[in-house]
Design a protein around this ligand. Sequence first.
Ligand code: FAD
Length: 442
Amino acid sequence: MSPPVQTLITSEKIPAATDVVIIGGGMAGIAAAWHLARRGSAVVVVEKGAIAAEQSSRNWGWCRQQNRDPRELPLAQHALRLWGDLDATIGEDTGFRRTGLVYASNDPQDVATWENWGRIARPMGVDTRMLSGSEVAKFLPGNNRSWQGGVYSPSDGRAEPERAVPALARAAQRAGAVIVQNCAARALETTGGSVSGLVTEQGLIRCSRVLVAGGAWSGMFLRHHGLTFLQASVKSTSFYTTPADAVTEGGIFMPEVTLRRRLDGGYTVGLSGQGQLQITPYGLLQARAFWRMFKSKRKGMTFGIGRQFFEGPEALARWSADSVSPFERTRVLDPPADRVLVARGLKTLQDAYPALRGIRAAQSWGGMVDSTPDIIPVISAVAARPGLFIASGFSGHGFGIGPAAGQLAAELIRGDPPCVDPRPFRYERMIDGTDLGNPGLL
Ligand SMILES: Cc1cc2nc3c(=O)[nH]c(=O)nc-3n(C[C@H](O)[C@H](O)[C@H](O)COP(=O)(O)OP(=O)(O)OC[C@H]3O[C@@H](n4cnc5c(N)ncnc54)[C@H](O)[C@@H]3O)c2cc1C
């Protein structure tokens, strides 16, 4: 079942021409559209289903610098600055609150990892603070477990995924962006090797620049044009609860379960580290590139095979610009929640917080987390195809970083000075033999 994302009134028809077309109405595409439109570019977003119906409404709503890979930390820091002013700038409530986030664990390995990360991050200006076991207890009133240690990031926060991207989309529309839902992108049109348009299920939009922000589907679209994009998806289960006492105003990470206070008084609960890797044709073909990543994250991972093998973003698929594409066959990627994980998550939460006994899971859902081998996104031009840009592969953290990722994408597209050094996010690292290093933290 999908989370109850706000619906949006959008244009029915595509225009004949524009400056930039964006494929995908998730956080990445909508944030880029907002920044482009504000800077005066004519921009069209085509979304195969509904705005924010895939990952961008299914996430936990954490907006954090804490535990970011140092390569993307400057972008995460910039994103937190943008979140702080966003509601005032767009005149809407995205649900962002700078509440701080707390991580707690009994695994000495976790505590050591956070300590190491803090040593790198503090000189970069992050106000993260290690907590002893007794300090964790003070930060988590009502939690009856004892902890070895934890970490607190006071300037991080949380927002409401079901409303943030629709709010940003309305702001983009007010700034002049055209958004068309139920309109899949099928293929690029090129002239002399450069982008000259995008063929959609409604027909051609002439343009000189296209941004691929298709979330889990970006790899499939790019493969259709002979471009390798290393991307693998893991299914994650989440749910939200009925309203309950406020045991936190922010977010709490415990090794088996995470919780985030919602504006409606309930909690969004995530099953940390308990994903399902679905066996798919491209998953198998690209397994070597992801080997280090899976090795470091395999604890808690299960394996499954199902419809994704034939219909999902990593399936084998062929289509032409004038025939129905796989994107139209799956308007919304809506994997089912794992009921066993929901029951286990609720029990773990209630065991830790007796005050929450009696709450129920009001709604549960599955979501595909798309990841790159080094767990940082691609936000980049594609050198081999002038006019083509990518903002994708957000590896489980694209919601919080989204407002800044969209800004960087818009700046690259326009040729404006970038807000951060874009080199860590370059596309060519995936294809030029660069050692992608050990994967960062999720
Ligand atoms: C369970 C879960 C928990 C998470 N928790 C967090 C968190 O707490 N904090 C955080 O920062 N991140 C979190 N994330 C990650 C975050 O949600 C994603 O990184 C982010 O939403 C990705 O945004 P996106 O725009 O790249 O992709 P999406 O939101 O998936 O959007 C891509 C859109 O492109 C559309 N599309 C694809 N192909 C085409 C096509 N050919 N034509 C037209 N449209 C197309 C799709 O329909 C989709 O709407 C979580 C993710 C999950 C699943």
